[in-house]
Design a protein around this ligand. Sequence first.
Ligand SMILES: Nc1ncnc2c1ncn2[C@@H]1O[C@H](COP(=O)(O)OP(=O)(O)OP(=O)(O)O)[C@@H](O)[C@H]1O
Ligand SMILES: [Mg+2]
Length: 537
Amino acid sequence: MSSAESRPKPDHKMQLSHAAGVVQPAGSEFKEGPRTTTASEAESLLAAEKRGQGTNAHLGEWKRAEDELRQAFEKIAKSEAELRTIIDLIPQLITAVGTDGNFLYANQAVQEYTGLAKEELRLECVHPVFHPEDSERLRDERETAMWRRVPFEYERRIRRKDGQFRWFLVQYKPLLDERGEVSRWYATSTDIDDRKQAEERTRLENVALREQIDQVFMFEEIVGSSPALKSVLSSIVKVAPTDSTVLITGETGTGKELIARAIHKGSQRAAHAFISVNCAAIPSSLIASELFGHEKGAFTGALQRRQGRFELAHSGTIFLDEIGELPADTQIALLRVLQERQFERVGGTRVIPTDVRIIAATNRDLAAAITSGAFRADLFYRLNVFPIHAPPLRHRKEDIPMLVEYFVNRYAEKARKQISKIDKNTLKLCQSYPWPGNIRELQNIAERSVILCSGDTLWVDPAWLSSQKPPQPELSGALTEALRDQEKEMIETALTQTKGKVAGPNGAAARLGIPRSTLDGKIKQLKIKKYKFNSET
Ligand SMILES: Nc1ncnc2c1ncn2[C@@H]1O[C@H](COP(=O)(O)OP(=O)(O)OP(=O)(O)O)[C@@H](O)[C@H]1O
Ligand SMILES: [Mg+2]
């Protein structure tokens, strides 16, 4: 709804006395019923009457015309009343607004919701029921849309009779006359307050969550003073204030995500979102929609339009972890974002500009992935603008005592335990161990030790460290041997067929469908005597 004016019921008597062509009130949306006597016929009868040419026959005809007109008006009035009843029963607020912004019509729901009487539905009385902030915000948008003469919609707050403002979706449609000019606007207002409240709750929760995450990472600072780590810290300080794309490499658990967060915190985007996406954790069929969002119906199961992580990260930073796992088509889309700073939602055609800083990380050897064709070289060069390598813990052993102390203090505080010393042998053990899981592994061991520690001295059981190796599949001896024999037999058959030739299109490697280097390795490992198969020629 926008503004109002109650429209008077058509005065049939008045119209009849004039008996002119005003059968239907000007601008009425209701269609008139069939007529037998036209308005101009009635008019000429009236004129004859006035000129004193009336005869009995004329008077009879005049009476008949008057009766028919009355019936026609009654019919119109009835169907109009029926339509009004229907419109009044609709729970949405329905209004008709003139081009001057005044109300021409408002249904019953408008009066019931606002508490305004019919005669109060005028621009000056209605104005206060709109939230002043929305009126200010929507003024230009509304004017422009009306000037364009096309349907439009917006969301605004309308005051209920009890004083409470509720959110409404207001949808406008123009009624055009035969010249294509707008004769009036129809507006339907639907109560969307519950949806708005839910959206606001989610927004506040997100803000709270982001603050919570920030607090955790303030606490989890990057600990260490080794030259290797100092060089990483200096890179962070240098690159953070720029908007450069950063590629962080390093083994698992070396602190790549921590580095990415530190870069975001040191940037001008710190007040905005830091969105982390683990490309390896999302099925390849869904990754594009996860990153760029999708339109409703883009694929089976896409029931709603959904924003992607790039949209969520707008003005902030997106952290693309395990970038080496991106499927080929998503690599192309990401390349486009890096080059043109824009993308399209899956199933959409609208180009969405983006202002996001990209930080990528990988524990994969991207150079090898490029050679094998799994990763695009052009994308690599776009990402590798500022590379940072997170060193493995075994290359910065001097940081180990500091890290142990840091984690032990943290977990002891959490467990409300007093741990003042670290066993000497434990420290030696920690420094000699290669930590394949890097800092994450050290952190886990520290947490476990604190939980199990009963006195004031912390100790680590050596058995926990040796058991950290990834479990090896246990094969029964008989099965391993059977597989070995079968493998040997297949290779020997291939070598017999190729007369000992390993490489080339007609070689044994091609026949077996494995790389030549792999076959060479297996021949050595299985102690196959290649020369036995050479042709006698
Ligand atoms: N220098 C450091 N000081 C303190 N804590 C650290 C440091 N480096 C890493 N950590 C902690 O170690 C854990 C692993 O770090 P992070 O998740 O950043 O590693 P990652 O390199 O991203 O690992 P992955 O490759 O497995 O994803 C985190 O809990 C992080 O807080
Ligand atoms: Mg990580």
